[in-house]
Design a protein around this ligand. Structure first.
Ligand code: ADP
Length: 394
């Protein structure tokens, strides 16, 4: 039995799960939010205990100390040496990494080199890697990249119609994100259908969202691109827009490039259109009240998704399955229904009763639906733990 720690570190947060492998049993999990603030939140739970506290957590080092202390105090482990490996979610692996990798000095250097592609994410992931190296000396650490799963995309899918030298000289291409989730969900569909070469369209719909066309376990296209800003309309991100809008709005509003970028990242999407919230529950409440902009935001959101699903259906030469995951994909029957209703011309048929079920893997389409539809709760941490074990055993 091996205990693996799966870590997802952000600029002011750190999520973790300690997982017993190969049984895949979660021993402890939690998240630490608002790191750097006086009123940070420490959330830790096991089957037996729930511990939620507000306290000052000045930096990530202290957050990791608290996490380790929690594991020992709550007798989840007696000694740090019981932790066999630590797997880190790393957002960007560039073209260098098409699989997870055991971290050594060279890998750290490579991730540093890639950091200009993901300046908001990779540095925080690296920081966490270094902290765990210091706090659990000698432990094997593995990097699991959000982009790696999409490295199988063909060139015709990942290049943009821009001068080819942009790609050669600056790495301008589609990388895609949420790869760990897309891989997990599509592998579950393969298992459920008992079909190794299943063609699946995975809809990861959370605050950020992306679709992925998966053919026989390989990503052949995805909606996010060079950055996670493009593709679907998201909670606060704009998704696909005409790039000429940026210079036009700079000249009209006299805003700087970074102000416009901030608008596109933080003030757009469901929030920007509804003027109400980025949270789909709030949008649904707005729809209930008859709020026109909430209705519009939801319609734009589901229209875009249905458009991508239909194009991926063609790219896959006929999909076997559509799988919904992420906070919205797992929890919003309304969103799933609106999307699938838009696909009726393809012969996709939702079962409204099955669609009401929550919280577990479920088939939600009718018997005679041309494409089977599923809800599959994502589990990126299990994928991370599996990769750590796979690489340790290699
Ligand atoms: P992130 O991309 O930050 O990981 P999540 O996958 O947690 O985001 O998804 C967050 C989204 O999921 C929010 O828009 C939230 O409103 C939505 N969500 C969570 N629970 C529900 C629910 N019960 N009904 C509708 N939407 C939900």
């Amino acid at each position: 039995m091996k205990k693996i720690l799966a870590i997802n570190a952000g600029s002011s947060s750190l999520k973790f799960k300690l997982i017993n492998m190969p049984e895949e049993i979660v021993l402890a999990e939690g998240n630490i939010e608002r790191i750097g603030k006086e009123d940070a939140i420490f959330n830790f739970k096991t089957n037996e205990v729930k511990d939620k506290r507000t306290l000052a957590i000045r930096n990530h080092e202290y957050a990791v100390e608290l996490l380790i202390k929690g594991l020992i105090e709550k007798a989840i482990i007696k000694d740090l040496r019981e932790i066999t490996g630590v797997g880190h979610r790393v957002v960007h692996g560039g073209e260098k990494f098409n699989d997870s990798v055991v971290i050594d000095a060279d890998v750290i250097k490579e991730i540093e080199n890639i950091s200009d592609l993901a300046p908001l994410h990779n540095p925080h992931n690296l920081k966490a890697i270094k902290i765990f190296q210091a706090k659990i000396p000698g432990v094997i650490e593995v990097a699991v990249f959000d982009t790696a799963f999409h490295q199988s995309m063909p060139k015709e899918a990942y290049l943009y119609g821009v001068p080819y030298e942009w790609y050669l000289n600056y790495g301008i291409r589609k990388y895609g994100f949420h790869g760990t989730s897309h891989q997990y969900v599509s592998s579950r569909v393969e298992k459920i259908l008992n079909k190794k070469d299943a063609k699946t369209i995975v809809c990861h719909l959370g605050n950020g969202g992306s679709l992925c066309a998966v053919n026989a376990g390989k990503s052949i296209d995805t909606t996010m691109g060079f950055t996670p800003l493009t593709g679907l309309i998201m909670g606060t991100r704009c998704g696909d827009i005409d790039p000429a809008i940026i210079s036009f709005m700079m000249s009209k509003t006299k805003k700087s490039l970074s102000e416009i970028e901030n608008d596109l990242n933080k003030k757009s999407g469901l929030l920007g259109i509804s003027g109400r919230s980025n949270d789909s529950r709030e949008i649904e409440a707005g729809i209930e009240e008859g709020d026109e902009r909430s209705i519009l935001a939801q319609r734009m959101f589901t229209r875009k998704i249905a458009t991508y699903i239909s194009s991926y259906h063609v790219l896959l030469d006929g999909a076997d399955a559509i799988a919904f995951t992420g906070g919205i994909g797992e929890n919003s029957p309304l969103t799933r229904q609106e999307i699938i209703d838009r696909l009726s011309v393809l012969g996709v048929k939702l079962d409204p009763e099955l669609n009401k079920k929550r919280g577990a893997e479920n088939l939600i389409s009718q018997e005679d639906s041309t494409i089977k539809c599923f809800v599959i709760p994502t589990n990126e941490e299990i994928m991370i733990a599996r990769d750590v074990i796979r690489l340790i055993n290699q």
